[in-house]
Design a protein around this ligand. Structure first.
Ligand SMILES: *Cc1c(COP(=O)(O)O)cnc(C)c1O
Length: 399
């Protein structure tokens, strides 16, 4: 049997995983090597939105796995076309590019935006405006978009032409978004920062300046998209017409896939040779993602998200009323951040450990926030059960 210490021995030390090793999952449950059974309030990081090993997704993967795994992009394939068509039908998009991950979808978005600005308006229009505490991935470009020292230190030189501005701050926005700007990239709800929703007036200010200066709007929906907020994509709620949307995470429910969605107009300069990916759009991932999108875009699932969100909030508010442990509870669908009121033993790391020992999987985010991102189809009784386990974990640290 492989062990956790072998992880330490053989892995680049960029991760510090929990002590148990999960071996199988089903719905909202995960089992470890010792057959302990955990309730999953994390879904990876908001990835397994239909739970683990959903039978219809297993079917889609099995069937495709017997037909065709790979082609180069010198040829296309049926699952990729079906997925692209569905994404275009269900969103603002007219054109799709498939990648393997969120960071690659962002990379494609920034390349597409710069190419468009360059070809339409000439050389001087290449800046990308991004926001403090954003998360767009871990490549050199995407850490540069994040801008925080914590992520960039030691990795310089970084890609240039990125302008940083505080999130949700309208003041000074007009100094960043101007005729030199190719695009603004933002999350409508910042996930890694601790589930921080954008204010509508902030989004409106961005919209207005972008229109005024012919600037494209890139919405990073890698974490917020595919049903997480109770909408297929969060931009629907903000009534904003994006030029480009980045998707990944839940799109594959665990199969690695990312997508950049855009319009015919914005995408028209991305001609052969401009961009590509060996695995992007591969039949296996696309067959699963096709099934995912068709399921999650159903009204029954999206409306269910809003009902379950309320159940979570009611439960969390009750916990807070009795334990006084959160400074704030924020949510956007089944995506909930509870800012911990840190006190002696009650801190994020201890709480993660306590939750694991009570057989509950939760997530951390920045700013002392615990993050909850369960399956979108989690049963109500499991929500109640998980909240009991969370309460018990907090109580143990307060005693
Ligand atoms: C996770 C995430 C990414 C990066 O996705 P990867 O698949 O890890 O590259 C980008 N943007 C947002 C908003 C994310 O949450």
């Amino acid at each position: 049997m492989v062990t956790r210490s072998e992880f330490t021995k053989y892995f680049l030390p960029v991760y510090n995983p929990g002590q148990f090793i999960p071996t199988k999952g089903k719905g909202s449950f995960v089992w470890d090597q010792k057959n302990n059974k955990y309730l999953d309030f994390a879904s990876g990081i908001a990835v397994s939105s239909l739970g683990h090993c959903h039978p219809d997704l297993v079917d889609a993967l099995n069937q495709q796995s017997k037909k065709l795994w790979h082609l180069s992009n010198y040829l296309t394939n049926e699952p990729a076309i079906k997925l692209a068509k569905t994404l275009c039908k269900k969103t603002f998009a007219e054109k799709v590019f498939f990648s393997n991950s969120g960071a690659e979808a962002v990379e494609a978005a920034v390349k597409t935006a710069r190419k468009f600005a360059h070809n339409e308006y000439g050389k001087g229009k290449s800046n990308i405006v991004a926001f403090d505490d954003a998360f767009h991935g871990r490549t050199l470009l995407t850490i540069a978009l994040n801008g925080s020292k914590r992520m960039t230190e030691g990795f310089e030189p970084l890609p240039k032409g990125i302008i940083q501005h505080p999130y949700n701050q309208i003041d000074g926005l007009e100094n960043c978004i101007n005729d030199k700007t190719a695009a603004v990239i933002l999350e409508l709800v910042q996930g890694e920062a601790g589930i921080i929703p954008a204010q509508q007036k902030f989004v409106n200010a961005i919209k207005r300046l972008c229109k005024q200066h012919n600037v494209l709007i890139i919405i990073d929906e890698v974490q917020s998209g595919v049903g997480r907020t109770g909408h297929l994509f969060a931009y629907e709620k903000y009534k904003i017409q994006p030029d480009i949307v980045c998707s990944a995470k839940a799109l594959g429910n665990g199969m690695p896939i990312g997508a950049m969605l855009t319009s015919t107009k914005v995408g028209k300069y991305m001609q052969p040779g401009a961009h590509g990916s060996t695995y992007g759009g591969n039949p296996l991932a696309c067959a699963v993602a096709f099934e995912v999108i068709n399921k999650i875009s159903k009204k029954s699932i999206l409306n269910g998200v809003q009902k379950k969100e309320k159940r979570f909030l009611d439960g969390l508010n009750k916990i807070n009323a009795s334990l006084n442990c959160f400074d704030e509870i924020r949510s956007a669908g089944l995506w909930i951040g509870c800012k911990l009121r840190v006190q002696s033993k009650l801190n994020l790391d201890n709480l993660m450990q306590a939750a694991y020992s009570n057989k509950l999987m939760i997530l951390k985010a920045n700013n002392n926030t615990i993050r909850i991102a369960p399956s979108l189809i989690i049963e109500d009784k499991l929500i109640d059960e998980g909240l009991e386990r969370l309460k018990k974990s907090i109580q143990q640290l307060l005693d």
